[in-house]
Design a protein around this ligand. Structure first.
Ligand code: FE2
Length: 196
């Protein structure tokens, strides 16, 4: 029978705290409550996306500024570092207005979700990692989504101006609503969760 590793338990505990932060809109916190209720039940079909991509090499430098941080963001960075060898990697290749080389300059790390550390299909919990000066494409998807930012970086919803959430800040993307993110001079690292 599948048993969840303590490193993953620790990450889920920390992420649960982060996604209940007052910096998240109420709708984002409500979504996260449902996601983490699902996660009380471990489930894994063992299908890990083990292929690595160039942007995976940015993970250490994205985590480094937080490793000595005593807040939940620091806890999250330390937990991700421990999990790194077991993360399932994937890239987005669809959407519009992404920077020219965004495919090479980003990667999505699946922790709980299809092909992830705990491969399952009811929820997704993971992160996006963007190299400096990278714009992720405008995209939309049927499930609503909550984000918590763990670095500098900017977001855009529908046709809004770009805005910076600040480290530990959160966002909620309603179902099928257009959104995007972009990095400045440092890597962008943002946790997300969805109920599928
Ligand atoms: Fe999204």
């Amino acid at each position: 029978m599948y048993q969840r590793h303590e490193n993953l338990e620790q990450f889920i505990r920390v992420a649960r705290t982060l996604f209940q932060s007052a910096t998240l809109p109420e709708a984002g916190r409500q979504l996260a409550v449902k996601v983490f209720e699902h996660l009380e039940q471990p489930s894994d079909d063992g299908k890990r996306n083990s292929l690595r991509y160039p942007a995976c090499d940015l993970l250490d430098s994205a985590l480094a500024p937080l490793l000595d941080d005593t807040t939940s963001c620091g806890d999250a960075a330390r937990a991700i570092k421990l999990l790194a060898p077991a993360i399932g990697w994937q890239r987005r290749t669809s959407g519009t207005n992404g920077s020219e080389d965004y495919v090479e300059k980003h990667v999505n790390g699946m922790i709980c979700g299809p092909g992830g550390t705990e491969s399952r299909y009811d929820i997704q919990l993971g992160f996006s990692l963007l190299a400096p000066h990278t714009r992720y494409p405008d995209h939309r998807h049927p499930p609503e989504e909550a984000y918590v930012l763990l670095s500098a970086g900017e977001f855009r919803q529908r046709d809004s101006d770009w805005f910076d959430l600040g480290i530990g800040g959160g966002l909620h993307n309603p179902r099928n609503s257009l959104h995007a993110m972009r990095s400045g001079s440092t890597p962008l690292l943002a946790l997300w969760c969805l109920l599928v």
